[in-house]
Design a protein around this ligand. Structure first.
Ligand SMILES: Nc1ncnc2c1ncn2[C@@H]1O[C@H](COP(=O)(O)OP(=O)(O)OP(=O)(O)O)[C@@H](O)[C@H]1O
Length: 480
């Protein structure tokens, strides 16, 4: 259930748009007509996101914003402005507002920004903590596991959280890097300051620099107004920079300076901006091999990796696997309205024998599929999707899809929400795996066939918990 507070003396239109966006029952949309009432309601309700009009009858929007920060600096505040108010909006962004929207607010943009802000609010507030045993209650995102390498991870989180240093988290896709970043943030001295998560792979390379550092009006074609970047916006807080290996060289140079001096210039500007942000970076690439190919700066690697935490792949976590299975079975039981209590030893054996290239994200996806197909209270191997032999990593784990009509029929009978997204994921999973199999894992050929950008393919693979391991034929050495 989401809760949004709208602080606006003329709320009708946006209220209507919010009602349209949150058409499901149970969401809470509070409205305050004055700044004072806004601050009072924010303190009383602690909403997930606040929409704040800059022009209020009693106090200026910027003053209200400062008071809201005192209530809880982690609640993302989205400013709503008249186009003429751009300067105040820029000032608001400088002070840490999440985003700003001009009136009349475009519904699609509102939905997008609101969705992102909600997710951020969740990330900043839901505890990401180590669970001694799988928790009964779904208290936030628990980090499950007690194998020796994970104990080392917990110790490292404990050692570094309170120190204001840059941390690099490494590990394959889906091993929990973001979860660990949140745990560090939540145990740090900046825990009450904002947290921003940015995925470099999701931002087109040409826009990365401006997204992170901002730009001046006219800096490039299309830069019709000044923009405050994430590092300026998150002053005092923590930035989690995911997929930091996907950063173009020009942005790397700027990042290096930021880490050395905590200063930078906006794109197209001369003014030196000072910021105080703690950086937690993550990558599933080997940065040193990127450096040896000339794609990554070694000096940046040294700066980023002052303190490194490595997350082991799931296949090396031994008895953590049954713990994770138990944990996610409980969660999906709640989400899907199921009552599966057990998994047979044979089904567990199948899971343990699999190599999990997509790690915990893939485990979640496989379990969810299996639970949706299960009929009784026990998860038996027949309900698991075909997991072997993983020539193309998780891609090979994709079952030969039943006809889509049958699948939808089964899902309708099973009940549960999110059907639209599930159908699309189901089709994507099948399509991508097929195409990647056909091209033997060659992504360039695959994107040509699919007609999508390489970045989109990478994002989709990540979203689906798929990864590619190309089969390598042993070269025959005739001279031997
Ligand atoms: N130890 C764990 N216990 C429980 N859940 C976990 C654990 N590690 C990861 N997860 C869950 O697995 C999913 C993927 O984790 P996360 O997004 O943190 O991985 P990641 O390494 O950042 O992935 P990527 O490299 O693709 O960004 C999330 O839903 C997360 O909550």
């Amino acid at each position: 259930m989401a809760s949004v507070l709208l602080v606006d003396d003329n709320p009708a239109l946006i209220q209507e748009q919010l009602a349209h966006i949150f058409c499901e029952a149970g969401h809470e949309i509070g409205v305050a007509l004055t700044g004072q009432d806004g601050v009072r309601q924010a303190a009383a309700r602690k909403p997930d996101v606040i929409l704040l009009d800059l022009r209020l009858p009693d106090i200026s929007g910027l003053d209200v914003y400062q008071r809201l920060r005192q209530v809880d600096a982690r609640i993302p505040v989205i400013f709503i402005t008249d186009a003429t108010n751009a300067d105040s909006a820029i000032e608001a962004m400088k002070q840490g507002a999440y985003d700003y929207l001009s009136k009349p607010v475009d519904l699609r943009r509102l939905r997008l920004v609101l969705g992102q802000a909600m997710e951020l609010s969740r990330l900043a507030r839901e505890p990401a903590e180590v669970a001694e045993t799988p928790p009964d209650e779904d208290r936030g995102d628990s980090i499950i596991g007690r194998c020796p390498p994970m104990i080392e991870v917990y110790k490292a989180i404990g050692r570094v959280a309170g120190q204001d240093v840059t941390v690099l988290i490494t590990g394959e896709s889906g091993t929990g890097k973001e979860l660990v970043a949140r745990a560090i943030y939540q145990h740090s001295t900046r825990a009450l300051a904002p947290f921003l998560a940015i995925n470099c792979a999701a931002i087109p390379e040409l826009l990365q620099e401006s997204e992170l550092f901002g730009h001046e009006k006219g800096a490039f074609t299309g830069a019709d107004r000044k923009r405050i970047g994430k590092f300026e916006q998150c002053n005092g807080g923590t930035i989690f920079l995911d997929e930091v290996g996907d950063m173009p060289l020009a942005t790397q140079a700027k990042m290096l300076r930021l880490l050395q001096e905590q200063t930078f210039e906006r794109v197209g500007g001369n003014e030196t901006v000072r910021t105080d942000v703690r950086l937690i970076a993550a990558t599933n690439h080997d940065l040193e091999s990127l450096a040896s190919e000339g794609k990554y700066r070694l000096d940046l690697i040294y700066r980023l990796s002052g303190f490194t935490i490595h997350l082991p792949p799931l296949r090396e976590r031994g008895d953590d696997q049954p713990l994770l299975v138990q944990h996610y079975m409980r969660r999906f039981n709640r989400q899907l309205g199921r009552e599966l209590r057990e998994i047979t030893p044979e089904a567990m054996k199948k899971l343990r024998e699999y190599s999990w290239p997509g790690n915990i994200r893939e485990l979640q996806s496989v379990l969810k599929q299996a639970m949706l197909r299960s009929t009784g209270p026990v998860l038996v191997p027949e309900f698991l999707p075909d997991l072997g032999p993983p020539k193309l990593g998780a891609a090979a784990a994709v079952e030969v899809a039943p006809r889509i009509e049958t699948w939808i029929e089964q899902r309708l009978q099973a009940g549960g929400g999110d059907l639209y997204q599930e159908v699309h994921q189901h089709v994507d999973r099948y399509l991508l795996a097929q195409v990647l199999r056909m091209t033997d894992g060659n992504q360039l050929q695959a994107v040509r066939i699919l007609g999508i950008a390489p970045r989109t393919l990478r994002l989709k693979l990540r979203e689906l918990g798929l990864s590619i391991t190309r089969s390598v034929e042993e070269s025959k050495d005739d001279s031997a």
